[in-house]
Design a protein around this ligand. Sequence first.
Ligand SMILES: Cc1cc2nc3c(=O)[nH]c(=O)nc-3n(C[C@H](O)[C@H](O)[C@H](O)COP(=O)(O)OP(=O)(O)OC[C@H]3O[C@@H](n4cnc5c(N)ncnc54)[C@H](O)[C@@H]3O)c2cc1C
Length: 248
Amino acid sequence: MINGTWNGFRELVLVDKSEVCPGIISFYFKSKDGGKLAKHTAGQFLPFKIKTDNPKYKDVIRTYSLSMFPNDELYRISVKKIDGGLISTYLHENLNIGDSIEAMIPTGLFTINNGSKNIPLVLISAGIGITPLLSMLYEESATRNNIQFIQAVQNSSIHPFKEDIDAIAKSRGIKNTIFYSNPLENDKLGIDYDYTGYVSKEYLKDNVDLNSDFYFCGPPPFMKALENSLLELGVPSDRIHYELFSNN
Ligand SMILES: Cc1cc2nc3c(=O)[nH]c(=O)nc-3n(C[C@H](O)[C@H](O)[C@H](O)COP(=O)(O)OP(=O)(O)OC[C@H]3O[C@@H](n4cnc5c(N)ncnc54)[C@H](O)[C@@H]3O)c2cc1C
């Protein structure tokens, strides 16, 4: 094993588990053999299967974006429980500290084009699509602050990683904008969130540097609308990058 890399499957052990917000749990894994892990590139995901003899779960592979600062000690994934979802439900309800998964090495092409540090970066997420964007924010904010971060969620009851993002944005002088599509009565516009509704073409036109590199992740209709808006606003397609959370 060189630099923590591996071929095939490697056993990782769950060392911590914590609720991010209702319906989303973060899972922290270390290698079972005590060796270093492969440092992922922000935006990549971890494909794995549960280590079990139960035929219902055995050999079922799912992929989850790594949601932490890239490192070679500890992986974090953050999983939304899907109604009727086989593996997300198993992870939420049955995977306990000390249990193992069998993971492939992190992979994926949804990563920042690092030839372009001088080009502003716009990171946009909706819902659980926050996970790869958060890892990108951790990594990129360490070396630059020409980043605009936009997070769309329903309301404050399911607003993952709000404090973490606020802290990075404040410490690095990064513009952080929050959209609530369905604010609660107690959610205060201008304090808890910045805009009601969805990330619209008009918003992008008036508030975002269109000469940026755009990276986004969220439900398919959100990404289609965003891609169409950016293209209509004249953003070249090679500046538009997104990840689909679909295994099909
Ligand atoms: C590259 C990539 C990265 C991903 N990263 C994350 C991540 O960071 N966090 C995370 O929570 N998930 C992530 N996913 C989604 C994850 O891999 C699973 O698809 C999801 O957890 C559902 O798996 P399941 O076994 O629970 O549901 P399944 O048993 O596969 O599906 C059960 C039902 O849910 C529907 N369904 C399947 N997937 C979804 C979905 N994503 N949204 C809504 N309904 C769905 C199916 O149509 C089916 O009706 C990612 C997917 C990909 C491809």
